[in-house]
Ligand binder design. Structure first.
Ligand code: GAL
Length: 979
């Protein structure tokens, strides 16, 4: 057989150069070079469009991250035992490839249990009917786990730094497994053996809840440590306080010492493993929000905003935490039935990158920090405690580290106590190899300053600065150094020279003084706009010193161009910069008209997203390039004016509905029994026992009444956070019930009691719809995920002299096909078992077939009174023609978005082109705006929105107006793909 030479060459090409990953107590080392892994968490499964993974990863790179952590959600890929799907939106291999292409390390977290506010903590539906003791060495559990690991590890294994195929640098076993009994230890050992057998060669770690000393590497000398089969020890922590009005909002927290400044003991964080690098696998970058809250995401983003980041992440860095992962950096959307009981659809998290993929203000402070970490990585990666410094004011605490190899000092000035927010001056005496100095500055508000002394930046020596370092680069003959400070706060920078240098102030006000005794050039200034000074002579390469105030500093970006490092100042987001044959190609997003000032390697021509820019050379050697154009106006259809059609669902309520094809609910064994039991003598009704796991499930029960009086029906049901039940008797709506919400851990089961009155002798039919909003997580390793969903038990009593129980014969129907997935594109978490879903009413129909598809649908207005109790559908088709070459993030909004909830009692499953983009619950809230990523919505073509509205049918509970709204528009973005 002839082999295609090209195919052969591609298949056998080396994957890249394998690199060795080693470590010591300071940091990881890649091929001997120390690295600080400055990482942010994103979940590809919470953004159903792989093209947009690149958008988020590029934004993170631009913010100075060099790493990304991914959870992998078992249940997202596996609809049934032995069935796995990594295609389309589930193609996580692409996420790994993109991370590599964008130069980001990957921390891979595959569970099998991951928590993450997911339904069942990431378990697939079929695990809810599996009676194995999860998170132990129960062979039935391990057999299930091995399926998943075989699949996901095969993908991860080919993207490891250690084999040259990618950038995966560390691999997490389990997640917050707080139990360390032998059966859990044996499980961990099994996972480790399995991962190694599957070819995972990067270091293993576990994420220990709240700094507990669990699963430290064997050989840890901390006496309180609980060793396990790990190489690195990692922990998590969420010190950001709460915006939750119900949960006793805590005041500003004090930044904890989780590394070398901490105190020994069983919650010591990094001290539990003194031989491995400080590794925080999750540090709060926000917090999640729950059904019935007042909507905390914006509050969280503020509260865990720039001051929090500087104080808390700064404290982590000075504690020598050199593997640092911010959970979440982009939270995304728990679309479909992804979310667990503790969250509603939006998983925005108050993160630096909001759910609409925009950069929040705090992202820009993270960028200052990230650029600093990249510039000073070698210093930060090898620090020890320096001699204690006693500041003149007791209201400021100064941490003092030294990098002995480089001779550099790192100071962190923070409030003392650490939750201080006032204005405090401080000054300390610092002895360095360059001499003895007094370093004085001030803190204002929630803030911390990380300062360097005796630091070599390119060919310059920074003796010290009270400004913070943002970046430095070599620009041919000269060096460029960017320092920054808070607006209108004074700064002092001292540089070392052999002889007096020449200082030319090109912009701003900078005073300079030459101290010939020490060989120091002393610069004094106030951070105000951008000061520029050219310093030459004195025995060093010339330098351009840029001194930025806070708002200016936040507009700087830097990247490797292939021809050297470049620096830009612009309001636009700069994703990437490449120089090829003298042409600089910038890519990015412009939210307004403007220009870009560029420093770094020479170029003759420049473009932004392919648009040529006119160039003007500036006196300091930079180039001003423009114009950069902001977005075009965006026109959107007015939803209220579109032609909507409506159709009643819930035909199952009718007595004559044909349920002969439904499964009989007559099984006697239930996986749910640890938590929830059927009535004595009754079969299990738990939906998962019948292979229906997500969303809505219907039951129809037949019983024979003997002419009893005052019949009463009690239904015990499980439905996750904000789930509900609706009940009909003989086609008559008997009532509905919703689970209690309004606190972070909601009710997940409850019962409804219905008085049915006097039933005529003969056969009667009960029809029940349960909306299962989610399965419990298994955080405490107590198999809580197996708590039943759907009906748990039903008891019907009649009074005929005395009360007696009436047997009911049940049938059940959930999602079409059950575990035998029908919609393989949208995957296992898109659909539940509404009649309309089973019939495909949520799917887009080609325009040509519209008439056919609309049979049975009647014109209606969005806010018309519901036709009847139960569920009805509203559907419309519309065209979008949004400007090309833009990233326009749209959303669907319901009613008055300034309020968390309204009086109207209804809930809506939102289907966009067949994708279940979440659930709106009017009277529970707080979410009223639903992000619909481009690619799910076609920005240049036909779209179908289908809303499944569930209510008690009363006119007062009609739907509020629905709108298509623009959340964010920029010119730029990444190349789009339609799903
Ligand atoms: C951690 C857990 C994560 C997530 C987080 C809160 O304890 O490891 O999976 O649940 O809390 O968002």
């Amino acid at each position: 057989m002839a082999v295609e030479p090209a195919a052969l060459a591609a298949a056998t090409a080396p994957k890249g150069r394998p690199q060795a990953v080693a470590w010591d107590r300071y940091s990881l080392k890649v091929d001997g070079k120390r690295v600080v892994v400055w990482s942010g968490e994103i979940h590809p499964f919470r953004l159903p469009n792989p093209a947009l993974w690149r958008d988020v990863i590029q934004k993170m790179k631009a913010l100075g991250f060099n790493g990304v952590a991914f959870y992998f959600d078992w249940g997202y890929h596996s609809p049934a035992p032995g069935v796995y799907d990594f295609s389309g939106v589930r193609n996580v291999e692409r996420a790994l490839q993109m991370a590599k292409e964008e130069g980001m390390y990957v921390i891979a977290r595959t569970g099998p249990y991951i928590n993450s506010e997911l339904s069942g903590g990431g378990y697939p539906g079929w695990m809810f009917r599996n009676s194995a003791e999860a998170r132990t060495d129960d062979p039935v559990y391990l057999a299930a786990v091995d399926e998943w690991m075989t699949q996901v590890n095969a993908i991860i294994a080919r993207h490891q730094i250690t084999d040259g195929g990618g950038n995966v640098i560390a691999y997490q076993l389990e997640n917050e497994l707080g139990k360390v009994e032998p059966k859990h230890v044996r499980q961990m050992e099994h996972l480790a053996r399995k991962a190694r057998a599957d070819g995972i060669s990067v270091p293993f770690f576990h994420n220990s809840a709240g700094r507990l000393p669990d699963w430290t590497p064997k050989g840890s000398t901390a006496p309180w440590a609980n060793p396990g089969p790990t190489d690195l020890y990692a922990f998590d922590g969420y010190p950001g306080g709460s915006c939750d009005v119900h949960a006793n909002p805590s005041g500003a927290n004090k930044a904890p010492d989780w590394g070398m400044y901490g105190s020994a003991g069983p919650k010591a964080g990094a001290l539990s493993s003194p031989g491995t690098p400080g590794f925080v696998a999750e540090v709060g970058g926000g917090w999640f929000d729950y059904w019935g809250s007042n909507g905390t995401y914006n509050c969280t983003a503020e509260r865990q905003g720039k001051g929090y980041q500087r104080v808390f992440y700064g404290t982590n860095l000075i504690n020598r935490i050199t593997i640092h992962n911010v959970y979440m950096t982009f939270g995304g959307t728990s679309w479909g039935w992804l979310g667990g009981p503790v969250v509603y659809t939006s998983y925005d998290y108050g993160a630096a990158i909001s759910e609409d993929r925009g950069l929040r203000p705090k992202a820009y402070a993270l960028k200052q920090q990230g650029m600093f970490v990249q510039a000073a990585e070698q210093v930060l990666a090898e620090m020890d405690k320096g001699p204690e410094l006693a500041p003149a004011s007791g209201k400021v605490k100064i941490y003092h580290n030294v990098n002995r190899r480089l001779g550099t000092h790192v100071l962190l000035a923070a409030h003392n106590p650490g939750d201080g927010k006032g204005e405090e001056r401080f000054s300390v005496q610092l002895a360095t190899r360059d001499g003895q100095y007094t370093i004085a500055s001030r803190l204002r508000g929630q803030d911390a300053h990380m300062l360097l002394a005796s630091y070599d930046m390119e060919r310059q020596r920074l003796v010290y600065s009270t400004s913070e370092l943002q970046t430095h680069l070599r620009d041919g003959e000269r060096d460029i150094v960017l320092l920054h400070g808070r607006d209108l706060v004074e700064g002092e920078t001292v540089l070392r020279y052999a002889g007096a240098p020449t200082v030319e102030v090109l912009a701003g006000r900078v005073k300079s003084r030459w101290d010939a005794d020490k060989g120091d050039l002393v610069l004094n200034y106030v951070h105000d706009g951008l000061a520029r000074a050219r310093i030459s002579g004195g025995g060093r390469a010339p330098m351009l010193l840029l001194l930025a105030d806070e708002k200016t500093s936040m507009r700087f970006w830097t990247q490797e161009t292939g021809a050297g490092r470049a620096l830009q100042l612009t309001a636009a987001l700069v994703r990437s910069a490449a120089i090829d044959a003298g042409k600089l190609a910038l890519r990015g997003d412009a939210g307004e008209d403007g220009d870009i000032e560029i420093w770094g390697p020479a170029f003759e021509a420049a473009s932004f997203n392919g648009q040529p820019l006119a160039l003007t050379r500036q006196p300091d050697g930079s180039t001003r390039a423009g114009p950069v154009k902001g977005p075009e106006a965006v026109g959107l259809p007015e939803f209220g004016r579109l032609a909507w059609k409506r159709r009643m669902d819930s035909p199952e309520a009718a007595p004559g509905f044909d349920d002969s094809g439904w499964a009989k609910a007559d099984r006697r064994r239930s996986a749910a029994q640890t938590w929830t039991m059927p009535e004595r003598g009754q079969p299990t009704l738990s939906m998962s026992d019948y292979g229906f796991h997500h969303g809505d499930v219907w039951y129809r029960g037949r019983f024979t009444a003997t002419g009893g009086k005052a019949s009463a029906l009690e239904l015990f049901y499980g439905a996750g956070g904000a789930g509900m039940i609706q009940v009909w008797i003989d086609g008559r709506f008997a009532g509905q019930h919703e689970l209690d919400v309004g606190r972070s851990f909601p009710e997940t089961t409850d019962s409804i009691k219905l008085q049915l009155g006097d039933l005529a002798p003969g056969e009667h039919v009960i029809a029940v719809m349960v909306r299962n909003n989610s399965h419990n997580w298994n955080l405490m390793a107590d198999d809580f995920h197996r708590e039943a969903r759907g009906l748990i038990s039903a008891s019907l009593t009649q009074r005929g002299g005395q009360r007696f129980a009436v047997p009911i014969a049940w049938r059940i129907q959930g999602r079409q096909g059950g575990e035998d997935l029908v919609d393989r594109v949208r995957g296992p978490i898109n659909n539940g078992g509404l009649y309309g879903e089973r019939e495909g009413w949520h799917l887009p129909s080609p325009v040509a077939d519209a008439a056919q598809a609309d049979r049975g649908w009647k014109p209606a207005g969005i806010t018309d009174a519901p036709p009847a109790p139960g569920t009805f559908w509203l559907r419309t088709r519309f065209k979008l023609d949004l400007p090309r070459g833009h990233d326009i993030q749209l959303a669907l909004s319901f009613g008055d978005t300034s309020k968390a909830r309204s009086e109207r009692e209804n809930r809506v499953l939102i289907f966009v082109n067949g994708w279940n983009m979440g659930q709106f619950i009017a009277h529970i809230g707080p979410q009223r705006t639903f992000v619909i990523p481009p690619g799910i919505l076609n920005p240049n073509g036909e779209n179908t929105v289908a809303l499944a509205v569930t209510s008690d049918g009363k006119a007062a509970n009609a739907l509020e107006p629905v709108k298509l709204v623009k959340l964010r528009a920029v010119r730029g973005g990444v190349d789009l793909e339609m799903r």
